[in-house]
Structure formats: structure tokens, C-alpha cells
Design a protein around this ligand. Structure first.
Ligand SMILES: [Zn+2]
Length: 115
């Protein structure tokens, strides 16, 4: 519920900004998964990749054999279609590795950017 609370207080503190918003503009910023590239084509490619690369690469590095469920982009694609579809940029991760390791990498990157 933290999200709702912060959203509510944000609305209350920015009444003028809210009034100026074009009623359709929020839709433009709120893309569906398919519009961001995670559509049917991706689902199919993802399944094919996982059939060929079923094991989590992070677990594998630690000598563990874990079935991965996530096709992760090694380099963040940030909407870059070339990077998004480059299979050299894909790796299989299990959910725990994706959540823990990628989060740690993102924090490390943010810290680097700060220096
Ligand atoms: Zn793993």
C-alpha cells in the first residue's frame, strides 16, 4: 500500500500540474508490455531460448544446476531494439538470481555513476 499512499500525497502536493495534464497524455507514458517489446514475438523467442539454454548462468558459475525461467538482457536495452533482440545479449537466469544479482548490479552501476 506504500505505492498508493505516495501517489496520493503526490497528487495533493501538485494540484496545478495535475490540472494541466492532457487527459490522454498519461496513456502515452503508460505502455503495455507488448508495446515495450515484450509481446508475442518476445514470448516465442524467450521460450525458444530457454529450450536451448535452460540453466541459470549465475547459478552455473557457482557450480549449481538450476533451471532458469527468465531471459535477461546482459546489457540493459532501455528500449533499444537492436540490443533487445541481440541474442549475444541474452542470458538465462532463475528468478532468485535475477532479483538478487541484477538488483545488486544496478545498485553498483548507480554508485559508479555517482562518482
Ligand atoms: Zn540462479
Amino acid at each position: 500500500m506504500a505505492k498508493l499512499t505516495s501517489l496520493k500525497s503526490g497528487l495533493q502536493t501538485q494540484p496545478s500540474r495535475l490540472a494541466n495534464i492532457n487527459p490522454d497524455s498519461w496513456r502515452a507514458g503508460k505502455q503495455t508490455a507488448a508495446q515495450r517489446g515484450y509481446g508475442y514475438k518476445w514470448q516465442k523467442a524467450r521460450v525458444g531460448w530457454l529450450e536451448q539454454h535452460p540453466l541459470c548462468v549465475y547459478c552455473e558459475r557457482n557450480g549449481l544446476v538450476t533451471a532458469g525461467t527468465i531471459v535477461d538482457h546482459i546489457v540493459e536495452h532501455r528500449g533499444d531494439q537492436a540490443l533487445f533482440w541481440a541474442r549475444s545479449n541474452w542470458q538465462t537466469l532463475c528468478q532468485p538470481c535475477h532479483d538478487i544479482v541484477k538488483k545488486a548490479e544496478e545498485v553498483a552501476r548507480r554508485n559508479e555513476a555517482r562518482d
